[in-house]
Design a protein around this ligand. Structure first.
Ligand code: ADP
Ligand code: MG
Length: 225
């Protein structure tokens, strides 16, 4: 039986913008279970990033309920149990690549060999030679891979990736996704990837469609049938 990692009932997130308000996410109901592979697709502004932030417990819904039955309460999720790879570059400039990847492991006080976990995570994304570089010495695509390595280094139960291939050319994006899927194949972690890229979406078992804050769950891709 898969574990229920995230369960949301009619969650919404409304942002006030002066006199008006925006329903970034409206009444979204879904369940994420261990082993799930989900593509979250939709136009820019449809609410994908907001939904990922709600799933990570980074933001709380303004309506509805969300729970993490197999994981615990919202404030215990990041970065160990749920890893969130942000849409914008999020490496810390003064730290080397290796230190950036080690950071969540140090914050999480994870027992075990942190150096080894960092080496393995970097190797997964073909970054072994870059451990001592600073973020300013990297290309945009390399930074994106480092952020991904940092996300998986602590072996989270859920990986939420916000347009991870958005700034990459297609072969590079495909290689990143291949490496991520190969890594996760040996685990029962769940993966949700927000993406504009039909090729990325086609690699996932399930597609969740967002439109103006509304989520339609459950369409199966060829891969999942
Ligand atoms: P996507 O990731 O699909 O592009 P977002 O979740 O970023 O969509 O945004 C959904 C909607 O919510 C947009 O209309 C956006 O302008 C609005 N929004 C997102 N974050 C904020 C915020 N912090 N404050 C106000 N409005 C926001
Ligand atoms: Mg977004």
């Amino acid at each position: 039986m898969p574990d229920t990692l995230i369960e949301a009932q009619a969650i919404g997130r409304t942002y006030r913008q002066g006199m008006t308000s925006v329903d970034a996410v409206a009444a979204a109901t879904f369940r994420l279970q261990s082993g799930d592979r989900v593509a979250l697709v939709g136009r820019s502004g449809s609410g994908k990033s907001t939904l990922l932030h709600l799933m990570a417990g980074l933001e709380m819904p303004t309506s509805g309920t969300i729970a993490w039955p197999a994981l615990g309460s919202a404030e215990t999720l990041l970065p160990e149990k749920i890893a969130l790879v942000f849409q914008a570059p999020s490496l810390l400039d003064p730290l080397t690549v290796g230190e950036n990847v080690a950071l969540p492991l140090l914050l999480g006080k994870r027992p075990g060999d942190i150096d080894r976990a960092v080496r393995d995570a970097l190797a997964t994304f073909g970054l072994a030679d870059l451990a001592r570089k600073l973020p300013e010495e990297l290309s945009g695509g390399q930074m994106q891979r480092v952020a991904m390595a940092r996300a998986i280094a602590g072996r989270p139960r859920v990986v939420l990736a916000d347009e991870p291939t958005g700034q990459l050319d297609q072969p590079t994006g495909r290689a990143l996704l291949d490496a991520l899927l190969a890594h996760l194949a040996g685990t029962n972690a769940a993966l949700v990837v927000a993406t504009h890229d039909a090729l990325v979406a086609a690699r996932m078992e399930t597609v969740w469609q967002m439109a103006r804050g509304h989520l339609t769950e459950g369409a199966k891709t060829a891969e999942g049938t």
